[in-house]
Design a protein around this ligand. Structure first.
Ligand SMILES: [Zn+2]
Length: 114
């Protein structure tokens, strides 16, 4: 759990939005309610987030949660994964990946198939 770093009362905070593209059945898990959890976490933990590549502070939350397979000398399909939420700089496309469990979007052990 992050600490509230929003000590900047002048409103100079990062802007976070999401694409708003209609969701297919494949990504219905990351619905608007979960996106709001992610946006609240980002605004609370990283309220002044700037892109280290271009210096802008406008971000787009991905419509999908992505995963990274564990590396154990080879790729194992069906093994443990690390769910991440991409945050994309709207100016240059630099993409950051935040752990969806740390953000509170996914509870540890939650089945993401339904
Ligand atoms: Zn950028």
């Amino acid at each position: 759990m992050c600490h509230d770093k929003n000590k900047n009362p002048d409103g100079n905070r990062a802007s976070i939005s999401y694409f708003g593209i209609p969701m297919s059945d494949n990504n219905a898990f990351f619905d608007d309610k979960k996106k709001e959890v992610a946006i609240r976490w980002l605004n609370r933990c990283l309220p002044n987030l700037k892109c280290e590549c271009c210096g802008e502070g406008k971000w787009i939350l991905s419509d999908n949660i992505v995963t990274m397979p564990n590396y154990t000398g080879g790729i194992v399909l069906g093994g443990n994964i690390l769910p991440h939420i991409p945050l994309i700089c709207s100016n240059c496309g630099n993409t950051k990946f935040f752990n969806a469990i740390t953000m509170g979007v996914i509870k540890k052990g939650e089945d993401t198939n339904g």
